[in-house]
Design a protein around this ligand. Structure first.
Ligand code: TXA
Ligand code: MG
Length: 332
């Protein structure tokens, strides 16, 4: 069932909390993308997330909390993480923190790691967690490896009745997943660029921010090569559109070949990267629906949200069908 949150938020929270209490997996809107949520403290419910999403069990989940008190129950906040938390939560930032040894989440939630990824989301999901009283484990609400859901209909398209309750909060505001950070050795490591740009983080972190160092270990599956992928193949940095391709562009410039292209998606006619991020996944899914086999995408600047957009697009364009082990960056 898809339930419109705006129509009756109190009823939506009540129904959702009851389902979570029963150990069910439900879909919830967050400000980044839709999440496939269950009670993070209920091992069986968490196992069900992995089954429904067809996600490998070695890949840990983000735990969504309503406030810093809830975070402190499960994790230890070092001073830099606390500064970031106070500045950017609720919001599109996930911190990988040391687990609180006195109050550990089930090892299925954290994939047995000593750390836990935590985020305080904004909006409806925050209200739901507050009312439920326990953290929600929630990966993005898409089948593993596919493009994340930014609308309730995307969740239904991927999962049908396997997810009995989908809370519809409309299209998500940010449209790309959260920025994942880990404080380490006096600096901040960027594990996944996302909805909170580095340029915004830097002055608050006030320590060096480095892109993830690959230590021969899987830190985030963002490191898998093919990910966030539509069915069609993706051609990046396109300076023209070829016969049979769909075109994803932004801004007001005309792309050579555009006049003959029946499927042009202009994600932001005024060239605003926030609008591009918000519309990107829906456009990739729409391009699949119209049945093209290749999508041409114009170059996108690397600054601000452009870093996250380029990260997702390069994974969408990556070679398909590699096993996770073969596909880990650095071994290719
Ligand atoms: O915006 C988001 O972050 C969305 C919404 C629903 O909150 N969630 C999301 O979850 O994107 P997911 O599961 O698709 O991505 C979570 C990422 C994975 O790459 C996972 O490997 C990484 O977080 N992760 C989780 N726990 C970790 C840990 N302890 N250390 C390092 N990476 C971790
Ligand atoms: Mg995901």
């Amino acid at each position: 069932m898809i339930m419109d949150v705006a129509a009756n938020e109190i009823q939506a929270i009540r129904l959702a909390a009851q389902a979570l209490e029963r150990g069910e997996v439900i879909a919830i809107p967050t400000e980044t993308v839709y999440g496939l949520a269950a009670d993070a403290t209920n091992e069986r419910a968490v196992v069900r997330i992995f089954e429904v999403k067809r996600r490998p069990s070695f890949n840990p989940l983000i735990c969504h909390c309503s406030d810093l008190d809830m975070v402190s129950e499960y994790a230890i906040l070092d001073p830099v993480s606390l500064r970031l938390a106070k500045a950017f939560w609720p919001g599109p930032m996930t911190l990988v923190l040391k687990s609180n040894p006195e109050h550990r989440l089930p090892s299925r939630t954290t994939a047995g790691l000593e750390t836990v990824a935590i985020r305080i989301p904004a909006g409806f999901s925050n209200e739901l967690i507050r009312s439920f009283g326990r953290p929600l484990a929630a990966p993005s609400a898409n089948i593993s490896g596919k493009v994340s859901a930014t609308a309730a209909a995307h969740v239904r398209d991927d999962f049908g009745d396997e997810v009995p309750l989908i809370l519809d909060g409309g299209p998500t505001e940010i449209g790309v997943e959260s920025t994942i950070l880990m404080v380490k050795d006096g600096g901040v490591e960027l594990l996944r660029p996302g909805g909170l740009p580095i340029e915004t983080l830097q002055p608050v972190a006030n320590v060096p921010i480095s892109a993830r160092t690959f230590e021969g270990r899987l830190l985030a599956p963002g490191m898998l090569k093919s990910h966030y992928a539509p069915r069609a193949t993706v051609r990046l940095e396109a300076t023209e559109v070829r016969r049979g391709e769909a075109l994803i562009k932004f801004g007001s410039d005309t792309v050579p070949g555009e006049a003959d292209c029946p499927h042009v998606f202009n994600l932001s006619p005024r060239g605003d990267l926030a609008e591009v991020a918000a519309a990107l996944y829906a456009a990739l899914k729409l391009a699949d629906e119209v049945g093209v086999s290749e999508i041409a995408i114009v170059p996108i600047p690397i600054s601000g949200l452009g870093l996250a957009i380029n990260d997702r697009l390069s994974r969408a364009a990556a070679p398909r069908g590699l096993s996770p082990d073969e596909a880990v960056l650095g071994r290719l």
